[in-house]
Design a protein around this ligand. Structure first.
Ligand SMILES: Cc1cc2nc3c(=O)[nH]c(=O)nc-3n(C[C@H](O)[C@H](O)[C@H](O)COP(=O)(O)OP(=O)(O)OC[C@H]3O[C@@H](n4cnc5c(N)ncnc54)[C@H](O)[C@@H]3O)c2cc1C
Length: 456
């Protein structure tokens, strides 16, 4: 049986339309490149279109460290009433809520305005490599194949599917036990009564203490959560321990995370946890989806029965697919290590800053390791450039970092800033007809600064 085949050509091909891919496509197109963006869903956004909060626009000290296209999104969403902007948070550095569907529509409009050619419902399924250069990405949709030839490819699929198929080297998991962070299926409820939960917490303050590995500092308490709509609540460990003694509890983590939204009365819940799986393995991924969907039912029941504030909650939505925190990290010509991150090292070729805490959810069961990043560190251009395939760049969470640094740089604002760097580099390489690794980093840094990126 022969599949239908067609061929497309562009300067820059971006695979994956999430936080790492959207700014990459926009930056490349705005700097004159012809761009094709392939996305396996029928919409843009990736995890930014699920209801998750955008964490880490501000550093631990409250300084804004993400600008450029990532900030442009928030400015536009604030103007339409679909974000309340950045709010300092003692636990998360900063919380920025966005209306998930508005984010997705905004991404679509911006891509159309910039002239990005969108190819939805296409999944990367092949690659053509010749003499060490990635020449084509093959995507498949509706049973047909599209062969895309480009001067530069940007893999922003999260798992690095194009790079994997093309044979680029990668690492996976912790160097100690090879564990990967667990995935979570996000869901939302309406009818949550925040004040009732706050009253309960004030009567039982032991439930506010949620993580032992980091000093959250003053101010992460009911006063904060009562005072703002821009909050992410993490807690209820002591209460959960009690419930486990009383009944079968399907919650496989030490606390619950309640994410407020810009939609009145609606909260998103980050509570599902699927331990011991590898979401870059198709059988493990499928198994995780099954377990996660079944967990939602049980968790919702427990919340309604036992948790103050959820008595009248109504199940509103379940994310279309499980959210994957960690899989492949590809080898770049440079790699960011945890020592560099903790030292706040900013090399001259920094194309984005990262300042979110090292936040590693246990892949086994309970536990979340949190470590402060006091001074923001730099993401160097070289960590986006494949060490072994010419013409291949990485964006988003699959760039060249170690497991611990991934725990920090994986947050969406940082992925967006990295995306802008990747797209800018790709446009420079395409315009000059040279390999991305031969582009002078000063040129990329200069363009990024003009485009309002924050690099120091
Ligand atoms: C449960 C969970 C909670 C999190 N909490 C937060 C949080 O509170 N705040 C925060 O800022 N960050 C959070 N993160 C981290 C953050 O969401 C991700 O690290 C970030 O979205 C990574 O961006 P990305 O563009 O690399 O990947 P993604 O957001 O996953 O986007 C990848 C895109 O590529 C597409 N794609 C994938 N494979 C293919 C393929 N083969 N072919 C074509 N298209 C493909 C996908 O459909 C998707 O649109 C969380 C992550 C998870 C999973």
């Amino acid at each position: 049986m022969v599949m239908g085949k067609r061929e497309l050509t562009c300067d820059v091909a971006v695979l994956g339309g999430g936080p790492g891919g959207i700014p990459a496509a926009l930056a490349a197109a705005r700097h004159g490149a012809s761009v094709i963006l392939c996305e396996r869903n029928g919409y843009l956004g990736g995890n930014a279109a699920t209801g998750l909060p955008l964490l880490g626009y501000l550093s631990q000290g409250g300084r804004q460290i993400i600008g450029g296209i990532a900030q442009e999104f928030i400015d536009d969403l604030m103007a339409s009433g679909d974000s309340f902007g950045h709010e300092c948070c003692p636990l998360h550095n900063s919380v920025t809520l966005v209306h998930p569907d508005r984010f997705r529509l905004l991404a679509l409009k911006k891509c159309l305005e910039a002239g990005v050619r969108l190819l939805f419902h296409t999944e990367v399924t092949g690659a053509v490599v010749k003499d060490g250069r990635l020449e084509k990405a093959i995507v498949t949709g509706k049973g047909d194949q599209v062969e895309i030839s480009a001067k530069v490819f940007i893999d922003a699929t999260g798992d690095g599917d194009l790079a994997y198929i093309a044979g680029a080297q990668y690492e996976k998991g912790s160097a100690i036990d090879h564990m990967l962070q667990p995935p979570t299926l996000l869901f939302s409820v309406t009818g949550f009564n925040k004040e009732k939960l706050m009253d309960f917490l004030e009567a039982h303050p032991e439930n506010m203490k949620q993580i032992d590995t980091v000093s959250v500092g003053e101010g992460y308490n009911t006063k904060l959560w009562r005072s703002t709509d821009t909050y992410v609540f993490v807690g209820m460990k002591a209460y959960l321990d009690q419930i486990r003694k009383k009944t079968d509890c399907p919650i496989l983590r030490e606390n619950i995370i309640i994410i407020n939204s810009t939609i009145p009365g609606k909260v998103f819940l980050n509570i599902v946890r699927i331990p011991n799986c590898d979401c870059s393995d198709i059988e493990s991924l499928s198994d995780a989806e099954v377990k996660a969907q079944l967990q939602v039912e049980g968790i919702f029941k427990i919340l309604r029965e036992y948790f103050p504030g959820f008595e009248n909650a109504v199940l509103d939505s379940i994310s279309p697919a499980i959210g994957v925190r960690e899989t492949r990290r590809f080898c770049g010509i440079e790699k960011v290590t945890v020592d560099q991150a903790l030292a706040g090292y900013k090399p001259e070729n920094t194309i984005a800053l990262a300042g979110y805490k090292i936040d590693i959810h246990s892949g086994k069961w309970e536990g979340t390791l949190l470590q402060e990043v006091v001074e923001p560190y730099g993401i160097p251009l070289g960590s986006l450039i494949s060490a072994d395939l010419d013409g291949l760049l990485f964006s988003g969470r699959c760039i060249s970092v170690d497991h611990e640094t991934l725990g920090s740089m994986r947050v969406m604002p940082t992925c967006m800033a990295i995306g802008q760097g990747a797209g800018t580099l790709a446009a420079c390489a395409a315009r000059q007809g040279i390999s991305p690794k031969d582009v002078n980093y000063r040129e990329v840094v200069g363009i990024l600064l003009k485009d309002k990126a924050i690099l120091r």
